[in-house]
Design a protein around this ligand. Structure first.
Ligand code: AQP
Length: 323
């Protein structure tokens, strides 16, 4: 099966990215034909500093490798190393009704958060459709926030096939792969963990900073002895995703009976996070020390990705009468 997914280099990766997406990337890499990319064209909608963007791109590549992507198993590439993406995006734009983009919640959210209402941000889901369709993807591992964009991708693909009268279909229709328990990982304020909400815990933050940050997790003010509901507590919601099963059960029982304080859960969460990423932290230091290896992975990924992309773009151009 062809797997495809991308991550924006719009800041340091956080544990929402890890649980909602990257962990699935790693789990799917051996048994499938996987393509993963750093979505730098997308990041242009929010990062407007060239040297910062370059830094983030290189960090995301390194982080993905450190977290377990195996460059011999997957095609790991940078989106803008495959300029065919932008051409396909235009072909798709010409058949996308405005109304489909107008109803996208992520555009409305970002504008509400203060990002300028620019055409690139508005048309973001079309570029995303191009990313996915360009590689004949079957399955796209993502968090819940991307579900609507995946639906648009399918709709755009179907519309293109319909407009150009291709019954056999120019594009393969992809499906989202969203795991329920990590579909929306909560951030420090209980909302979805997100770079733009400033409520993240970064995967490779140093341990002292992780210990400090988890203390900021917002909770209610119930005293230690009061029974609490683990099912509605965002702090427990995050803790349970990293805790060992026995620890998770113990804390859950004490939530229900009373006798657990939020301070203790925060401390345990911090330690569980540090332990979970300890090995990846060491691998990361290795990759950081060898930028030439990262550059080689990037170059090899670009070559393989372009090879696939060119074939699909050729199909799309031929269908609509270009060339
Ligand atoms: N909180 C989350 N829970 C589950 N999955 C998440 N993802 C992001 N946050 C969570 C998933 O991570 C992948 C990569 O995300 P992205 O970097 O492409 O963009 P994003 O979803 O926009 O991430 P942010 O942090 O929320 O960035 P900003 O603030 O810039 O918009 C995706 O699969 C996403 O679902």
């Amino acid at each position: 099966m062809r797997i495809l997914s991308g991550i924006q280099p719009s800041g340091p990766l956080h544990i929402g990215n890890y649980l909602g997406a990257i962990r699935q990337y790693v789990a799917l890499q051996d048994a499938n034909d996987a393509y993963y990319f750093v979505a730098d064209y997308h990041a242009l909608t929010s990062v407007r500093d060239a040297s910062l963007l370059r830094k983030y791109v290189s960090h995301v590549l390194i982080d993905l490798l450190a977290l377990g992507l195996d460059p011999d198993e997957v095609v790991l590439f940078v989106q803008s190393d495959v300029p065919e993406t932008v051409e396909l995006s235009w072909l798709l734009t010409t058949v996308t009704p405005m109304g489909w983009l107008e109803k996208c919640v992520s555009y409305k959210d970002k504008v509400q958060q203060g990002l300028p209402a620019e055409a690139g941000l508005f048309a973001y889901p079309v570029l995303q459709a191009a990313d996915i369709l360009l590689y004949d993807a079957d399955l796209v591992p993502v968090g819940q926030d991307q579900k609507q964009h995946l639906e648009i991708t399918r709709d755009v693909a179907e519309r293109f096939n319909h407009v150009y009268g291709r019954r056999e279909g120019v594009f393969r229709l992809p499906k989202p792969y969203i795991l329920d328990n990590v579909a929306v990982v909560p951030g420090l304020d209980g909302r979805k963990m997100s770079k733009s909400y400033n409520n993240t815990i970064e995967i490779f933050e140093d341990p002292a900073s992780i210990r400090k940050k988890v203390k900021k997790f917002v909770t209610d003010s119930l005293p230690v002895e009061a029974p609490k509901d683990p099912d509605t507590c965002p702090l427990f919601g995050l803790y349970k995703l990293f805790a060992k099963p026995a620890d998770r059960e113990e804390i859950e029982r004490r939530y229900r009976e009373g006798g657990v304080g939020y301070g203790e859960v925060k401390t345990r969460l911090g330690e569980a996070l540090i332990e979970t990423f300890a090995e990846a932290r060491e691998r990361r230091a290795e990759w950081v020390a060898h930028p030439e290896r990262v550059a080689a992975v990037r170059a090899a990924g670009a070559e393989k990705a372009r090879e696939t992309a060119r074939k699909v773009l050729h199909r799309a151009r031929a269908a609509c009468g270009l060339g």
